[in-house]
Design a protein around this ligand. Structure first.
Ligand SMILES: CC(C)(COP(=O)(O)OP(=O)(O)OC[C@H]1O[C@@H](n2cnc3c(N)ncnc32)[C@H](O)[C@@H]1OP(=O)(O)O)[C@@H](O)C(=O)NCCC(=O)NCCS
Length: 163
């Protein structure tokens, strides 16, 4: 992600693409370092097979450095739900999460989704600030959402006018 070489060309090749089953191990590695209750590799594969276009990864020079999973529910209008988003520890604060979230928001807008929401652990200040920087607003609290005693906060964003 970082910098240009002496000829002004990017030093690293970064791209967003759809998840493939061969990515499972690398994605799971990031998941385990990111969350106290990580999704299993099986859940990632299930997400991919049930909706391959709603599971994105960011890769740099062929290595996975972040991922995002979302769904769109129709009840009665299309409503986006961001299920998972994480960035490899050594790549945090370099815009990888923003690249993923911008891509997800653009895809949701292309599908005429008017709103997106997510659940975030109350103590996860980094993620709350990250989503707030995109205009997400904190809504209600869900007590003991993860079954660990910790509360979650629902954050929402109206689509059609984010940065
Ligand atoms: C939250 C997360 C995805 C952010 O990814 P990232 O690639 O580091 O984010 P970016 O570099 O794109 O940051 C964009 C902005 O978000 C905010 N932000 C991100 N991390 C932050 C932190 N640790 N503290 C405060 N603000 C933060 C800042 O405003 C930042 O802009 P700046 O760097 O110019 O100040 C990443 O920290 C992560 O993977 N956390 C673990 C998994 C997780 O909690 N996922 C969300 C579950 S709901």
């Amino acid at each position: 992600m970082r910098g240009l070489d002496l000829e002004g060309k990017p030093q690293h090749r970064v791209r967003v693409r759809f998840f493939q089953p061969a990515d499972t191990e690398e994605v799971y590695e990031i998941e385990r370092e990111s969350f106290p209750n990580p999704w299993s590799p099986y859940i990632f594969l299930q997400m991919h097979y049930s909706n391959p276009e709603n599971f994105l990864v960011v890769e740099e020079d062929g290595r996975i450095i972040g991922y995002a999973v979302f769904t769109i529910k129709n009840n009665p209008f299309p409503l986006g739900h961001l299920l998972n988003l994480a960035v490899k520890e050594s790549y945090k604060r370099q815009g990888v999460g923003s690249l993923l979230l911008k891509t997800v928001l653009r895809m949701l807008e292309e599908k005429r989704t008017k709103e997106v929401y997510l659940e975030v652990n109350k103590s996860n200040i980094a993620a709350r600030r990250f989503y707030a920087s995109f205009g997400f607003k904190e809504d209600r609290k869900i007590k003991n959402y993860y079954g660990t005693g910790e509360d979650a906060i629902i954050m929402r964003l109206k689509l059609g006018r984010q940065k």
